[in-house]
Design a protein around this ligand. Sequence first.
Ligand SMILES: [Zn+2]
Length: 113
Amino acid sequence: MNTLPACPKCNSEFTYDDGGNYTCPECAHEWSAQAATAPADSETVYRDSAGNVLKDGDTVTVIKDLKLKGSAGVIKMGTKVKNIRLVDSDHNIDCKIDGFGAMSLKSEFVKKV
Ligand SMILES: [Zn+2]
């Protein structure tokens, strides 16, 4: 049985191990075997707009003006957000912003300080 992962490009199951790289015979896609074997029980990694890994308690700044749903408020670009909490959802940062209160942000709109 072939226990190698299916091709991420064309989903072919005929992947073969080409000395550390996986190769797909169907579409000729090659990828690193190492990247494909991430620990199964690893925690979700959250990254900011620059690719930095975010952790609970980090301080970030907002990289663009964010309009608040259902209100006229705008969180200005450059607003500092302290003590973030990461959550597994579409808006993956829970935080409190001075003057706004409890807030959910997307990690792609912030940058770690
Ligand atoms: Zn393929």
